[in-house]
Structures are given as structure tokens and as C-alpha cells.
Design a binder for this molecule. Structure first.
Ligand code: 5AD
Ligand code: SF4
Length: 436
């Protein structure tokens, strides 16, 4: 009998992509993917463990699923970074009642893991990390939409001291460029307008003689690719060659997510980020000189161990000087086994972390609002990505090249349409527009 599977995804875009891989792997084995958790025979949570609150979300969700489905014998599996981070401890916890776990490199084993549990009733797991698995032979099962994620590499070798990813996703490995280009061609034929190339650190992409800028050029040459984005580059090794390519190619979006993490050079060193405050600022200047009008987003951590209030002011200073278009700001969360957890005490108080995050969020909100207000009166070409918004069925939502969300009256527009609009209003997070 066909078994039904419901997959819920937490965390980053790489996890979204991985869930698409898992759907494809399971469909081939005759599982049916369903969108209703209550009707599913098997529930899988593809998890993130980058911060403590990500773990807590998943644990709460497992309890909720188990409680709702009593006495229904639903199978619950944990995929992704929590699986490799907590290993079999997850299976041993009787309060959780998890049936199987699979790490990010074990998804091809899922059919086997599920049949082991079903047949023997014993819990099953595979959390081995691979130096080679890139899933380049699997065509992800994507939902329809305008954007398709493509993982071009997996794993991370950087070992930023706060980060658990090198432990949960293993060593860096890059996918064959031809397989990436073939996938992009298939996506264009399937009607996708935009591709986003994914990697923990895309600048480290290398396959034989092909580096990341070469790969971007190959993808940009595929006929019919209208928009290309990528995430994330590391500020330590952003190639000038890539900047020139971005400036030259109209189908590469003029937007960069450039994680700062901290503004103080001593803290950056403790984080093992391998750049200084001045080097980060110089890189931003170089990028702006090569690609005028480029949009920047960033990630910042406040309250890294030993960061003083004075050192935090360097982060504030960088945010003021760079004027990022948007920023994701997090409180430091100690992750077991990372170098920071082993060597440094989590010594910035919760109150102080809260103070710092509030300061930065307020500053960034004001900057985002000012930058968005600059758009009022401008004419922008947007790509429609949703046929309604959270607030209204009468509106729809598109995005500018710079990745800003624009809300416009719905009219007859469909997902995937290009609409030229005049920007009429702005908040820190979205623009409003009128089609012309
Ligand atoms: N605590 C807080 N934030 C973290 N990040 C990664 N590890 C941690 C941690 N231990 C943030 C970084 C990274 C983003 C994906 O998550 O800013 O860029
Ligand atoms: Fe984590 Fe640093 Fe690797 Fe990003 S580059 S995944 S922050 S270790």
C-alpha cells in the first residue's frame, strides 16, 4: 500500500532545497507526498540547529504531532542538522518518541530507514557525513513558483567558532558545473524565471578548474534565465572577477548577502572570520565602485563571548557606515562542540544581548526605511511571486531586482508575470507600487 509522507522544513534555504531532494527520492520509491500533516503515515521534520531556539521549535513540534495523533501510530523522522548534531540521543529520548533520523548526506537511505522501522519496529538512523555526496544525480521535486534553489556545493570548511554547520553538514564539496547548467536548462524549460545558487560559502566553489565566477558565467549564459541570485558569499575571499561579471550581466541581480557577524576586529578574530573591520569596509567600497546601486543584506551576531559594550559599538559603526538594505540580527547562542563553546564562556548577559539587539534593530529599521523611501517615485520592473499577500486578497506581491518586496493591486496578474510599476509608498520591509 502506498504510504503518505508529510515533510516540514525549518531553517535555511539549503534545507528547503534538501526537502525537495527528499520528496524526489521518496516519490521514486512510490511514497505519496501530502500537504496535510494529519493525513500522513509518516511525518518528517527537516531541521535546523544553528541556534538554541531552532532546536526548541522542533522539539515542541514533535510533542504536538505525537499528542495530536494519539493513538494513531504515525512515524516521526528527524532529518537535517539536528540529526547530525544530537545523533542517536534524539532516538533515545523516550519523551520524544522519534522513529528514525537521517543527516544531510543520508537522504538516499531514507526508503531503507523507513522500511527497517516499519518491518522490525526498531528505530533506525543514518547520520554519516560524506566527502562526496552532492545529490547531483537527483532532480529535486519542486513546487511551482518563480524561484528555484540549486545547491552548487555542500558542507563548510570555515569553522567560524560560533557555528555548528561544519559539524552538522560536514566537509565542503562542489558539484560538477555541467550538472548545474543542465539543471538550470531544465528549470528554464519548466517555466522558472529565477534561480538562486546555494552554498554555505559559494566563493569556495571549485570543481577542477571552474571557480564560482566561472560557474556564474556559465549559468548566466543559459538562454532564458531571467534572474540569478546566490547566497552566501564570505567576505574573506570575495573575488573581483565575480564583481565584474555581476556588473556586466543584466540577468545577475544586483544584490549581495554579505554576512558581517561583528564589526570589531578582535571579536572577528575570536570568531575566526579572518577579516578585519577595515577589510570588510574596503570590500563594501570596492563592490559599490564596481556595481553602483548594489543592495546589501547581512547577518549579525550580538553578544559573542567576550564582546564588550565598547566593541559592540564597532558593529553599530559598520551598520551606520555601510547602510545595509536589510539585516538579520541574532543573539549569540552557544552551540555544543563548537570552538567558541569549548574555549569561551558565554559571558554576555541575556539582558545585555537584548539591549544590543534592540539598538541594532532600531538603527537598521530606520536605515531600511530611509533606503526604501528613496524608491518612492522610481520605476521598477518586478516579478510577481505571490497572488495574494498576508493582509489582502486584493493585492499581489512581486520583487525588484534588488530583492525588495513590492505590493501592488492584484488585477489579472499571475505568478511569473513581469510588471513595470511606479513605487508609491514604503515601509522598512516592503514597497507599494502602481502598475504603469
Ligand atoms: N548563535 C547565533 N547566531 C548564529 N549564526 C550561526 N551560528 C550562530 C550562533 N551560534 C547566525 C550567523 C549566520 C546565520 C545563518 O546564523 O549570523 O550567518
Ligand atoms: Fe557557519 Fe561560518 Fe560556515 Fe557560514 S561560513 S556555515 S557561519 S562556519
Amino acid at each position: 500500500m502506498t504510504k503518505t509522507v508529510f515533510i516540514e522544513t525549518y531553517g535555511c534555504q539549503m534545507n528547503e532545497y534538501d526537502s525537495e531532494l527528499v520528496r524526489s527520492i521518496l516519490k521514486k520509491e512510490n511514497y505519496e507526498i501530502v500537504t496535510d500533516e494529519l493525513g500522513a503515515d509518516i511525518v518528517m521534520l527537516n531541521t535546523c540547529t544553528v541556534r538554541d531556539n531552532a532546536d526548541r521549535k522542533v522539539v515542541n513540534r514533535v510533542h504536538e504531532i505525537k499528542n495530536r495523533r494519539k493513538p494513531d501510530p504515525v512515524l516521526v523522522g528527524i532529518l537535517g542538522c539536528m540529526a547530525t548534531n544530537f545523533k542517536t540521543k534524539l532516538l533515545e529520548d523516550p519523551n520524544l518518541g522519534i522513529d528514525f533520523i537521517a543527516g544531510p548526506d543520508s537522504y538516499k537511505q531514507l526508503p531503507k530507514l523507513i522500511s527497517e522501522v516499519t518491518q522490525s519496529g526498531d528505530k533506525s538512523f543514518d547520520i554519516t557525513l560524506s566527502e562526496f555526496e552532492t545529490y547531483s544525480d537527483i532532480s529535486p521535486s519542486r513546487d511551482e513558483g518563480v524561484n528555484a534553489w540549486i545547491a552548487i556545493m555542500r558542507g563548510c570548511n570555515n569553522f567560524c567558532t560560533f557555528c555548528v554547520v561544519p559539524y552538522t553538514r560536514g566537509r565542503e564539496r562542489s558539484r560538477d558545473p555541467e550538472s548545474v547548467v543542465d539543471e538550470v536548462k531544465r528549470l528554464v524549460s519548466a517555466g522558472f524565471h529565477q534561480v538562486t545558487l546555494l552554498g554555505q560559502n559559494v566563493n569556495s566553489y571549485r570543481h577542477d578548474a571552474t571557480d564560482f565566477a566561472d560557474l556564474m558565467a556559465m549559468v548566466s549564459d543559459v538562454p532564458g534565465v531571467e534572474r540569478i541570485r546566490f547566497t552566501s558569499p564570505h567576505p574573506k575571499d570575495f573575488p573581483s572577477k565575480l564583481l565584474r561579471l555581476m556588473a556586466d550581466r543584466p540577468n545577475i541581480c544586483k544584490q549581495i548577502h554579505l554576512p558581517l557577524q561583528a564589526g570589531n576586529t578582535r571579536v572577528l578574530d575570536k570568531m575566526n572570520r579572518t577579516y578585519t573591520k577595515d577589510e570588510f569596509l574596503a570590500l563594501v567600497d570596492e563592490i559599490r565602485a564596481t556595481i553602483p546601486g548594489i543592495s546589501f543584506s547581512t547577518d549579525i551576531i550580538v553578544g559573542f563571548p567576550t564582546e564588550t559594550a565598547e566593541e559592540f559599538e564597532d558593529t553599530v559603526d559598520v551598520v551606520r557606515r555601510v547602510r545595509f538594505d536589510s539585516a538579520y540580527i541574532f543573539k549569540y547562542s552557544e552551540r555544543p562542540n563548537t570552538l567558541a563553546a569549548r574555549r569561551l564562556k558565554d559571558d554576555v548577559s541575556e539582558e545585555e544581548k537584548t539591549r544590543r539587539i534592540v539598538v541594532l534593530n532600531e538603527l537598521q529599521r530606520a536605515i531600511s526605511l530611509e533606503k526604501n523611501r528613496d524608491y518612492i517615485g522610481r520605476v521598477e520592473r518586478i516579478l510577481i511571486e505571490k497572488d495574494s499577500t498576508k493582509k489582502s486578497d486584493m493585492d499581489c506581491q512581486g520583487r525588484t531586482d534588488s530583492n525588495r518586496i513590492v505590493i501592488i493591486p492584484k488585477s489579472d496578474y499571475r505568478i511569473g508575470d513581469w510588471v513595470t510599476v511606479t513605487i508609491t509608498d514604503a515601509t522598512p520591509n516592503v514597497l507599494k507600487g502602481m502598475p504603469i
